[in-house]
Design a protein around this ligand. Structure first.
Ligand SMILES: Nc1ncnc2c1ncn2[C@@H]1O[C@H](COP(=O)(O)OP(=O)(O)O)[C@@H](O)[C@H]1O
Ligand SMILES: [Mg+2]
Length: 255
């Protein structure tokens, strides 16, 4: 059984084909990279997989079940969590509340339970809080739990976003340019963190990233797209030496 199987995915925006006949497969527990020049269609692939866009064409199976066109919260509930290229956090809530709120589609209680504050409500709130606190400890964020994200450094905000994604216990984690905007020491820390998450949580990670040091040191398999089309895939070493990839990044005259 494969974890995620994408076949012939195409996304058109008016006359623009942002993603064209894209296919990939995760067996489970891989750490794969999706790279390509700006505007190649990488984020669009993630937006489709996470339910933000309904693809023009193609098939997406998650744990053998079709997920095309499902709403984002349904996709998350099935086990796919993501972070965004531009960090998206609730900046006026505490760090802890940012993590709690993301678990709320996972509630396990209904409005009635909430209204009467019965045992089911109390137990679920406790369970969610325990999950959140454990993550904050694991990601070394406890000291910031009462702070608002907007008052914290960018590197910490990235970590909060990752913690929030993990709080829903995904089996597939999508990271869209996690190193964007980080300084070099934060990037080193991020590399360690992602590697650790992959081992500790035994989940599949699919990462879009521009910083080659991050992709090359973490990913065992890399897929390269340009103008929505896959132009190469392989191990980091194969990708680094692939003429089509070098051309897509640097242009003809560099070869
Ligand atoms: N919602 C949208 N409507 C119209 N065009 C879009 C939309 N989202 C992305 N695009 C276009 O699709 C192309 C791919 O974008 P994107 O997936 O964000 O690229 P990447 O993440 O690889 O930089 C770009 O030309 C972008 O302008
Ligand atoms: Mg992008």
């Amino acid at each position: 059984m494969s974890l995620l199987k994408i076949n012939g995915l195409t996304q058109q925006f008016g006359g623009l084909t942002a993603v064209s006949d894209f296919s990939t497969e995760f067996q489970g527990n891989e750490l794969m990279g999706l790279i390509g020049p700006n505007g190649a269609g990488k984020t669009t692939v993630f937006n489709i997989v996470s339910g933000f866009y309904k693809p023009t064409q193609g098939k997406i199976l998650f744990e053998e079940k079709p997920i095309n066109g499902l709403k984002p919260h349904r996709v998350t509930a099935m086990g796919i969590a993501r972070t965004f290229q531009n960090i998206r956090l609730w900046h006026d809530m505490s760090l802890l509340d940012n993590i709690l709120i993301s678990q709320h589609y996972n509630l396990g209680y209904n409005l009635f339970d909430l209204f009467v504050r019965n045992r089911r409500y109390i137990e679920n709130e406790k369970r969610m809080r325990n999950i959140a606190m454990q993550l904050l400890e694991q990601l070394d964020l406890v000291q910031f739990m009462d702070e608002k994200p907007k008052n914290l450094p960018y590197g910490i905000q990235r970590k909060i976003e990752i913690a929030r994604a993990l709080s829903v216990k995904p089996s597939l984690l999508l990271l869209d340019e996690p190193a964007a905007g980080l300084n070099s020491s934060d990037v080193q820390e991020l590399i360690k963190l992602i590697g650790w998450i992959h081992k500790e949580f035994k989940i599949s990670i699919w990462m879009i990233e521009h910083q080659m040091a991050v992709v090359m040191s973490l990913c065992s398999w890399i897929q390269v797209i340009d103008f929505g089309k896959t132009i190469a895939q392989g191990t980091p070493e194969q990708i680094q030496n692939n003429p089509a990839v070098i051309k897509a990044y640097l242009g003809d005259d560099q070869i």
